[in-house]
Design a protein around this ligand. Structure first.
Ligand code: KG4
Ligand code: ZN
Length: 359
């Protein structure tokens, strides 16, 4: 029986979790959403300063709630990238300090793999699997040979899918991060499949490009300026919007349809190329989207394959997914030397573990 600490600070969420083997003992998450909302996006320096303030407080609260002492932690797992450099350094610095003072192993976790592995938190999954990561920073298709071995098959060439949601929301004058508001409003209208294109599908590759869709929304709104909200509300009154802005709901629904259909088309293309896939794993913040979930459930039915999504609270960044991925690595004998580096967004994450004998 081992106790794993998970630390997540790659963007604007400070996450701490404690796992006792497969059981979640405690999970703590402090979102900085409201702080960054007024800027319409994450301000890196503000994000790292807030992590620095929150991290020790959340850690002490987590220990108290779990009736544990620092010495009870057996393994320290931390997101080492990709992410905002300043934010990652806060989590990694905290993790290294703990490892040095407690003499415990450190496991640096690939944040992207951790998103996909979040599908395993509450489900037993058969491998090989095909994975789709749809988050605020990434859109990627992976062949997941097993929980350790990931092979990248396709990625976005420009905006990540979450970025497309958030930028579209901004055009509509919806608050940041807008994905969840688009999701809510989209469910209040039926989509017009002709309103927006399915971007970058007329090719035979597995990459994505969402910038054209964003431009299509912009052009549509320039031709119909009355659709966007006059002023960005701090809180959305959904019932009121449904009545006063039905076209806004229609735009959200049509945009959400275009994104979901595009994701399914490319993912199905990957599925046809890869033999022997036993499970479909859909993860990342955008995997919380209700319409995208339904489209992928339909795809699973079509191929008689099980589709797994993390619970919605494990779709967006959180400490549990880091503890979970770190636990899997540790159980397979992978740990890091104390001098591991944080890896910023855009750089590949090296597989630079020390292989130790399985405990
Ligand atoms: O995975 P995540 O927390 O951050 C990264 O690691 O990048 O994902 C955040 C993204 C944001 O773009 C947010 O708008 C989007 O996930 N998101 C959603 C929904 N909930 C969160 N997008 C569409 N529908 C949702 N329900
Ligand atoms: Zn993430």
């Amino acid at each position: 029986m081992s106790i794993y600490l998970g630390i997540e600070t790659s963007c604007d969420d400070t996450g701490i979790a404690i796992l006792k083997d497969n059981n979640i003992i405690c999970e703590k998450l402090l979102s900085q959403e409201d702080i960054h909302a007024i800027f319409g996006g994450v301000v890196p320096e503000i994000a790292s300063r807030n992590h620095l303030e929150s991290m020790p407080i959340l850690f002490m609260e987590a220990l108290k709630e779990s009736s544990l002492a620092p010495e009870d932690i057996d393994v320290v797992c931390v997101a080492r990238g990709p992410g905002l450099m300043g934010s990652l350094l806060v989590g990694l610095g905290f993790a290294k300090g703990l490892c040095l003072s407690l003499d415990r192993p450190l496991v640096g976790v690939n944040h992207l793999h951790a998103h996909i592995l979040a599908c395993l938190i509450e489900s037993k999954i058969e491998f090989p699997a095909l994975g789709l990561l749809i988050s605020g920073g990434h859109t990627q298709i992976y062949r997941v040979h097993d929980p350790i071995k990931f092979e990248l098959l396709g990625k976005t060439l420009d905006d990540a899918v979450g970025e497309a949601f958030d930028k579209t929301a901004k055009l509509l004058n919806l608050p940041y991060p807008g994905g969840k508001y688009i999701d809510t409003l989209a469910n209040l209208a039926s989509p017009d499949p002709k309103m927006f294109p399915l971007p970058y599908i007329d090719n035979d590759n597995l990459d994505f490009s969402f910038s054209g869709l964003k431009t299509a929304v912009l052009n549509f709104l320039n031709n119909h300026p009355q659709i966007r909200l006059k002023k960005m509300p701090t809180k959305l009154d959904i019932e009121q919007i449904k009545d006063i802005a039905p076209m806004l709901c229609k735009v959200c629904s049509s945009f959400n349809h275009s994104v979901a259909k595009t994701l399914v088309i490319k993912f199905e293309r990957a599925l046809k190329k890869i033999k022997g896939v036993k499970s479909l794993l859909i993860a990342g913040g955008v995997a919380a989207n209700s319409i995208i979930r339904n489209y992928f459930l339909d795809l699973g039915n079509k191929y008689s394959l099980p589709v797994y999504f993390p619970d919605k609270r494990f779709c967006t960044d959180n400490g549990v997914m880091i503890a979970n991925a770190g636990k899997i690595l540790y159980e397979n004998g992978y740990i890091h030397p104390i001098d591991i580096d944080a890896i910023p967004r855009g750089k590949p994450i090296p597989f630079d573990y020390l292989k130790v004998k399985k405990q």
